[in-house]
Design a protein around this ligand. Sequence first.
Ligand code: CTP
Ligand code: MG
Length: 431
Amino acid sequence: MNPASELPSEPEPTVAEPGSPAVPDSAPARAIIVVAAGSGQRLGAERPKAFVELAGRSILEHCLDGVFGMHEAAQVIVVAPAALVPEAEEIAFRAAGAARDYVSVVSGGATRQESVHAGLGLLLDSVRTVLVHDAARALATSDHLERVAEIVEQTGEGVVPGLAVADTIKSVDAGDTITGTVDRSALRAVQTPQGFPREQILAAYAAGGDDHTDDAALCAAHGFSSIVVAGDPLAFKITTPWDLQRAERLLAERAAAALAPTRTVPALRSGLGIDVHAFDDDQPLWLAGLHWPGEPGLSGHSDGDAVAHAIVDAVLSAAGLGDIGGMFGTDDPRFDGAHGSVFLEAAVERVREAGYRIESVTAQVVGNRPRFSPRRAEAEELLSALVGAPVSLSATTTDGLGFTGRGEGVAAIATALLADIRASSSTRPVV
Ligand code: CTP
Ligand code: MG
């Protein structure tokens, strides 16, 4: 470690040995000082606050989850009560895992300001941006921490996350009599981490002065202004027993959500197709992929299989590939008299190539004949095999109305459901 030399000499703090004497290969440009040396009087627990158990682990360890989840490497300096430096070291190294060389633990002081000061004494020379973070903000996310560092680097200013104040704020006199209502639009409830360019925070702490409860106040006292950026409600500080139970609940909800079974819901697209062919007594009947001996056939360039053609249009339209005429051309001699299965196989192939999986198809035959129900199962089996997905068929008449009612021909309507297997599918909890 290569401590900062800019600070005035202070009584030597107790410094735990880092995980290894080696400075990490690529020296970090950021540092985060996690202050955990407070006693936690308002929490009133038996142990100093950062070492109090929260959902089976210490508050400090939860806080370090956020720290070690940051994308960019940072020097991590944990400031602990003198008597608990070894325990803090154990917690910090466990949280750091493979990143333990980035970690140091040092004993803090009687005030938060003194604790931060002790942490600053360990800054590596490579560090340009310093974040100071309360261990008591156990649920602050990695994104929240990282955002503050990024804005410091973009602006060159001190950065403090803050939330608008929701309550009406009153000013009172010594006897608690209200003296006025404060304009809350000009107020922010600030959080940590508070981030600063290295030189600013070192200069402010080197100058020292009155005790301040946050770093931005000390920096401001020495002429370094800070900006407030959006805070995160999750970065609340555990101060009272009520806060501790709230953090417990939030973690329990998070754990339950992580355990909830999920299923992948693909991006779905539906398609529709209709086809009509007139009867032609001179042709054999091919319908729904089957030959129907003894029945009048259907006229058409192909075999006139209205069901197969409607299904082709349904799957093509679901995939955004146009329709049967556009794909095969009604005048193409290659399809002269071709069976519906030829078009169907070709359309299924094109749809697959375009990145879709056919989930299901439904078709309905509209006409007086043939009597469909005796061969419905046979037709479903054949078409399902061709499509590679369940195909359901049904048939109806039109009560003597229209061209189908007059027995002039057959109509078929089909729908298809396709899964877009290229689109990122969403994972949703099963409800
Ligand atoms: N802190 C510190 N050294 C101190 C005082 C506070 O490192 N001498 C740290 C705390 O551990 C905490 C953060 O500063 O993570 C914010 O302080 P606060 O919430 O006030 O914690 P405590 O001082 O521990 O609590 P209390 O004020 O209720 O005693
Ligand atoms: Mg305090």
